[in-house]
Design a binder for this molecule. Structure first.
Ligand code: ARG
Length: 459
C-alpha cells in the first residue's frame, strides 16, 4: 500500500506505478535506509516523541530487518512496494504493528533518500578507494620489475625520445595519485548529513541534528534544509572524479594495446588475461584493455546524464532526482571493477626488453642528443637543431642511423663535430642526460619510484 493514500479516492494506474516506482533499483539502499531509520528512532526518543520501550522495539525490528537483508539482499523485490523507504516501513509495520507507524514522524522520504544515498556512496567510495590503491600498487610493482628497460617515448605516436618503461608506468602513478586526492576531497565535502531536514523546510521534531549526524558517522549536519534535500553535488563530483580516473585508465589501456600489437611488440600479454579468435587460430587479443577503454565511455555518459538531470531543477526536491540512482550505481560499480581488473591483470603483462630497446634505437630518437652535442660545442640551439635535422636527412636517405654516419659525413654539416660525438649518441648517454627532476634518467626514475613507494606506504 502506498504511504500517501489518504487524499486519493481512485486507484493508481498500473502503468503509472510501473513508471513511478523505484524499488526495482533502490532496493540496493536497504541497509542504508535501515541505518538511517535506527538513528532517526533514537532521535525521536531523545526528542520525547516515542518512549524508551518503543524505541527499543523499533531498533530491534530494524536490526532484524538488517539481518534478513544481509542474508538475501533481493528480499524487497518479492514485494510491490513503491520504493525502499516504503518497503522498510511496511515490513516493520507487519512485524511490530502500530509502533512502526510512529517512525516517519518529522521525517520525509526526501531527507531520507538524500541520507541513504550519501551513506551508500560513502561506503562504495571506500571500496573504490581500496581498488584505486590496488591499481597503484600494481603499477609500482610493474615499474619495479621493469628495472632499467628502455622503450621509445612518443609524441604524435611518432618515436620521439627514449624513456624508461618504469618512467611510463610512473606517469600513470602520478595520474592515479591525483585521482585519489580528488576522491578524498569529494568524500570530505560530502561529509554532512541531510537527515532531519524534512521534506524541504526542516523537521518539526525537536531533534539535535548534530548528534544525529554523528550517529550516522557524518562530521556535520547539513546547514540548509532546502539545499540538503536537493543537493546531489557529491554525485556530480564523484562522477567527474570517476570520469577522469577512467580516462586515465583508458589512456593506459590504449598505450598497452598498442605496445602489445605486432607492430610494436614492446609488451606481451600472458595467456591468463588474453582472449583468442573463434576464426583466426593465431590471434591473441587484449580484450581486457579494450574493455577498460570501453567502460570509460559508459562512465563518462553517466556524468553527463546526472548533470542533465540536475540542470534546471527548481528547489527543492523533484522526482527527477530519482533518476540519479541507476546511472550512479552503475558508474561506481564500473569504476571499482575496472580499477580492480587493472590491478589483477598488470602482473600478467611482461616487457619484451630486446624489442623495446631495438625500437628505442630506431627512428632517430637521438637527434635531440646530436643537437645538444652541438650546443655543448658552442653552437646556438636553433642552429644546432637545423644541423641535426640536415644530418637526419642525410642518414635517412641512406637508411642508416645517425651514429652510422662517418665522421667526415658528419663534419660536412658542422666542423664542430669530432670523434666524441659517437658516445654522445648512444641510448645510455641520451637517457643519462635527462637527469633534471622529473626526467627519464635512470637515477631520477629510481628516485621517483622510491618516492612513490614511500608515498604509497604512508597513504
Ligand atoms: N524514490 C524517491 C527517490 O529516489 C524517494 C523520494 C520520494 N519523495 C517524494 N516526495 N516522492 O528520489
Amino acid at each position: 500500500m502506498a504511504m500517501w493514500g489518504g487524499r486519493f479516492t481512485e486507484a493508481t494506474l498500473s502503468e503509472f506505478r510501473e513508471f513511478n516506482d523505484s524499488l526495482s533499483f533502490d532496493y540496493l539502499l536497504a541497509q542504508q535506509d535501515i541505518a538511517a531509520s535506527r538513528a532517526w528512532a533514537k532521535g525521536l526518543l531523545q526528542a520525547g516523541i516515542i518512549s524508551a520501550a518503543e524505541a527499543k522495539q523499533l531498533d530491534q525490528g530494524l536490526a532484524d530487518l538488517a539481518i534478513a537483508i544481509e542474508a538475501d539482499p533481493r528480499l524487497p523485490l518479492q514485494t510491490k512496494e513503491e520504493d525502499i523507504h516504503s518497503w522498510v516501513e511496511s515490513q516493520l509495520t507487519a512485524t511490530l504493528g502500530d509502533v512502526a507507524k510512529k517512525l516517519h514522524t518529522g521525517r520525509s522520504r526526501n531527507d531520507l533518500v538524500a541520507t541513504d544515498l550519501r551513506l551508500w556512496t560513502r561506503l562504495q567510495a571506500g571500496t573504490v578507494r581500496k581498488s584505486l590503491l590496488a591499481a597503484l600498487a600494481a603499477l609500482l610493482e610493474f615499474a619495479d620489475k621493469a628495472e632499467q628497460a628502455v622503450m621509445p617515448g612518443f609524441t604524435h605516436l611518432q618515436r620521439a625520445q627514449p624513456v624508461l618503461v618504469a618512467h611510463w608506468a610512473l606517469a600513470y602513478v602520478e595520474m592515479f595519485k591525483r585521482d585519489l586526492g580528488r576522491l578524498d576531497d569529494a568524500l570530505t565535502r560530502m561529509d554532512s548529513c541531510p537527515l532531519g531536514c524534512g521534506a524541504l523546510a526542516g523537521t518539526g521534531v525537536n531533534i539535535d541534528r548534530q548528534v544525529l549526524a554523528n550517529e550516522l558517522g557524518f562530521s556535520n549536519a547539513a546547514l540548509n534544509s532546502l539545499d540538503a534535500v536537493s543537493d546531489r553535488d557529491y554525485l556530480v563530483e564523484l562522477s567527474a572524479t570517476a570520469s577522469l580516473c577512467m580516462t586515465h585508465l583508458s589512456r593506459l589501456s590504449e598505450d598497452v594495446i598498442f605496445f602489445c600489437s605486432g607492430e610494436a611488440g614492446f609488451f606481451k600479454l600472458g595467456d591468463a588475461i588474453s582472449s583468442g579468435s573463434s576464426l583466426m587460430p593465431q590471434k591473441k587479443n587484449p580484450d581486457v584493455f579494450e574493455l577498460l577503454r570501453g567502460k570509460t565511455g559508459r562512465v563518462l555518459g553517466h556524468l553527463v546524464a546526472i548533470l542533465h538531470v540536475l540542470k534546471g531543477l527548481p528547489l527543492a526536491y523533484n522526482k527527477d532526482m530519482q533518476e540519479d540512482k541507476q546511472g550512479f550505481f552503475d558508474l561506481m560499480h564500473s569504476w571499482q571493477q575496472s580499477l580492480l581488473v587493472l590491478a589483477t591483470v598488470l602482473p600478467h603483462l611482461s616487457v619484451n626488453r630486446e624489442q623495446c630497446r631495438k625500437a628505442a634505437e630506431l627512428g632517430y630518437s637521438n637527434a635531440t642528443d646530436l643537437a645538444d652535442y652541438l650546443v655543448s660545442k658552442g653552437m646556438p640551439f636553433r642552429d644546432a637543431h637545423e644541423c641535426a635535422g640536415e644530418l637526419v636527412l642525410v642518414a635517412s636517405k641512406q637508411q642508416l642511423p645517425l651514429e652510422a654516419l662517418s665522421l667526415s659525413q658528419l663534419q660536412q654539416v658542422s666542423g664542430l663535430i669530432t670523434d666524441d660525438v659517437y658516445p654522445a649518441l648512444t641510448l645510455e648517454a641520451g637517457m643519462a642526460r635527462r637527469c633534471a627532476l622529473g626526467g627519464t634518467a635512470a637515477e631520477q626514475v629510481m628516485q621517483a619510484l622510491a618516492d612513490a613507494k614511500s608515498w604509497f606506504e604512508h597513504t
